[in-house]
Design a protein around this ligand. Sequence first.
Ligand SMILES: Cc1ncc(COP(=O)(O)O)c(C=O)c1O
Length: 383
Amino acid sequence: MKQIYLDNAATTRLDDEVLKAMIPYFNEKYANASSTHFMGQEAKSALEKSRKIIAKEIGAKNHEIIFTSGGTEANNLALKGLFFWNRENGTGKNHIITTRIEHDCVLNACKWLEKQGAEVTYLDVDAEGFVNPEELEKAITDRTIVVSVIHGNNEIGTIQDLEAIGKICRKKNVLFHTDACQSFTKTFLNVKKQNLDLVTLNAHKIHGPKGVGALYIREGIKITPLFHGGGHERKLRSGTENVSGIVGFAKAVEIAKKKNNERMTVLRDKIITGILGIPNTKLNGSRNKRLCNNVNISFNNIEGESIGGYLETFGICTSTGSACASHSLETSHVLKAIGLLPVQSNSTLRISISKYTTEEEINYLLEKLPKIVEKLRRMSPIK
Ligand SMILES: Cc1ncc(COP(=O)(O)O)c(C=O)c1O
């Protein structure tokens, strides 16, 4: 059977070059980066070289990058770390502003923080998934610690105007965090130009390994660590560093190319145009300010799950929402936030491509999909 992987927003194939870079750090250069002997120093040097590559990519200083076990941990470290530091230091600040379209790891961290005494504002977004900067500004109070807004949305692909939000945060003297797991290397991201104070990154969305990520923390910002131990990563994230994973993360960043993004944009647009040719379909998110690898379409009155199931019989893997949301049968909080009714939301398919996606694969998708939709519509009791 064919295997056509169109679920790259969930995770990506590890690049062979990344794997090649990682292997020596499992079986030859396997020492602990904290060890003082020459083998330890070799691992430490690989760690620091990787940190430099990632820092440079976002315009940060090397020591502002803290390695974590992925995006989930980095988001938790950012939000909980800031909240607890403020509480421990009696600043009187306990307010977090975020949006209704964040990844579950931000939303659930915020919900948990509410139980610990945090006040959280969940900003609404417009029909394309954009935060309104004026509303954001109005929500800031003298108790606000941080504004956390996702950069490229993992479900609908909308790319927020970080620069505009960053300016407001700077003006109002509050910190600005963004979850850039989906956008990293796919669109412009620069901590200085966008006034970013904290940024979440991970490796497995960019053909790097799973289980590795980073949190950029601007010099001078204080956070309380979540893990206590040997004091690794400037005492902010104890635990023996995942050297092979971190080397793979840096290699993935190093080989990410603008021209791949341009190619993906062309393929993405071909998919969008092709699918919108099917009657009664709707593109979710923004047409232009959109991740180069994301397509999210509602088909109305038929189940996204059924479309995905039929596509799978042809070897095509897609998703109905975020990989995490697929554990539950709840309708997507992101689609709800942009105003979709449950019946529209449940008819939605997310197609996410990568640099490995070929034109033939897309032609095959566009050949099979209209027939599947037609068949399901014929079978559907709702017309
Ligand atoms: C926007 C976003 N944030 C955070 C995460 C979580 O990252 P990780 O899987 O590295 O924990 C993901 C991916 O699942 C994501 O898409």
